[in-house]
Design a protein around this ligand. Structure first.
Ligand code: OOG
Ligand code: NI
Length: 466
């Protein structure tokens, strides 16, 4: 079998992402409505903001915009997480970054599975925010034991999916027929099951400990709990949600609205109350409700360097300190005011962000630069090439997540009584052990992408290095 006969991981990921979206639209029709709203908003932004349209054309983001989405799942054991890593690997997705949500009162830690190279992200930017429940944070020993028992006896992957993962590992890829089957089989893991695996009383116990625990433990598998398309104007999308019968959460997570968007802004619609059936010990079925699945939208901006990120974290913290409360419906206006005021000290134009090394960029040679190629030599610095308009730069889009925002998204879908406090220390090592590998450092990825674009410029302009 030669590599040519295998379907590329990018192709499998792109097909899987589409299949997942189609499944979720059927499961949660409101998500389809959200997609329509985002498509309409993006059309309007692109037709009215030619500068942004141009920028997205140069970086190629315009081509991936319609396929851009992330999803989220939650699993319960190391074995489930390890197997998920192998499943995502078939689609060219690696675990990037570590997110500890315990300090924010959510008993999980997480990573994001995604493609790591800009060319692969361009082919399909699909990502999955994947959380591992921290059973050790369940206080009552009997409840912890119940959760463990339930998790140990479930099988979240079909046997065909497991066989195809192994085949991929052994032969180095999947053929066309195998890839089709893989997409179909892998999807089963993420499907919603309205039949719970516990009795109504057990569900209640798990739920009372933390709603998230019931969501992870009481069902057959880690149903996809939301999907998130990328919007170019999250404020516009948020404000038109109610016109389409969608109720958004109180505040948009992340940085304030800016001319040059940074990192990631997110908002979601409230999780749906859904009918589920519990199984009693005598086999009888009892109807009940479960609330977990929702829809989300996000606006992505430029990725920040460690310095930029430190500044972001500091300003967000200052905002929350000044608010002295959790952002909510009641204090939303004041929260936004404080956020805007605090972020005044974050430069809001790309040249300043670049000069102060707060953000990552990609560099592109201009027609002018290519025409001047023969006159250039090693004495030309990057700054001079930029000053002469021989090289231009574009913001490198943030591909990851934000722990404070993620906690806000979790909380808004867990109800008001879910504010828990955990003193557990961050345990990246424990997470990596469960995952079976170290997570990739996202900052190294941005640095490499920026560096590759400089190398490509140097080559195009006949220079040694930049
Ligand atoms: C994940 C919430 C985090 C995001 O976009 O930050 C998330 C979850 O609810 O399982 O998806
Ligand atoms: Ni999300």
């Amino acid at each position: 079998m030669t590599a040519q006969q295998f379907v590329s991981p990018n192709e499998i990921r792109s097909r899987f992402s589409l299949a997942m979206s189609e499944m979720y639209q059927k499961e949660v029709p409101l998500y389809g409505e959200l997609l329509a709203l985002v498509a309409e908003t993006n059309r309007q932004v692109l037709s009215s903001n030619s500068e942004l349209a141009h920028q997205l054309q140069i970086t190629g983001e315009i081509e991936r915009l319609a396929m851009e989405r992330h999803g989220a799942i939650r699993v319960g054991t190391a074995e489930e997480l390890t197997t998920l890593r192998r499943l995502f690997n078939v689609m060219g997705m690696s675990p990037v970054g570590y997110y500890d949500l315990a300090p924010a009162g959510v008993p999980v830690h997480s990573t994001a599975f995604r493609a790591v190279h800009e060319q692969d992200l361009q082919a399909s930017p699909f990502r999955v925010f994947t959380s591992l429940l921290r059973l050790e944070l369940i206080e009552q020993p009997e409840l912890r034991a119940l959760a463990q028992r339930l998790l140990e006896r479930r099988h979240i992957f079909t046997s065909r999916a497991l066989a195809l993962i192994e085949q991929h590992e052994n032969q180095g890829g999947l053929t066309a027929g195998q890839a089709d089957e893989f997409v179909e089989q892998a999807l089963e893991t993420f499907r919603w099951h309205s039949q719970a695996t516990v009795s109504a009383a057990e569900y209640q116990q798990l739920h009372d400990q933390h709603r998230l625990i019931a969501d992870v433990v009481a069902f057959k598998g880690p149903h996809i709990n939301h999907l998130t398309p990328r919007t170019l104007d999250i404020d516009a999308a948020q404000s038109t949600m109610p016109q389409r019968g969608i109720t958004p959460k109180a505040v948009i997570e992340g940085p304030p609205r800016r001319r040059c968007p940074i990192l990631l802004r997110q908002t979601s619609f409230k999780a749906l109350v859904e009918q589920v059936a519990f199984v009693e010990s005598d086999g009888a079925s009892v109807m009940g409700q479960h609330t977990a699945r929702f829809g989300e939208i996000e606006q992505r901006g430029v990725a920040l360097t460690p310095e930029g990120r430190a500044l972001y974290d500091r300003l967000l913290q200052a905002t929350n300190d000044a608010l002295q409360a959790t952002p909510s419906e009641g204090n939303a206006a004041r929260y936004y005011q404080l956020l805007q005021a605090n972020f005044q000290s974050f430069p809001d134009d790309y040249p300043a962000l670049r000069e102060q090394r707060l953000a990552w960029f990609r560099y592109f040679p201009t027609e002018l630069g290519l025409a001047a190629k023969d006159r250039l030599d090693e004495s030309w610095t990057l700054e001079r090439l930029i000053a002469e308009d021989y090289i231009r730069f574009q913001p490198l889009v943030y591909e990851d997540f934000l722990p404070v925002s993620a906690a806000g998204i979790f909380q808004s879908n867990l109800g008001d009584n879910a504010q828990a406090h955990y003193n557990a220390t961050s345990s990246r090592g424990v997470f990596e052990q469960a995952l079976g590998t170290k997570v990739v450092d996202e900052l190294a990825l941005y640095r490499q992408t920026q560096q590759r674009s400089l190398q490509a410029c140097a080559q195009a302009l006949g220079l040694g290095a930049l």
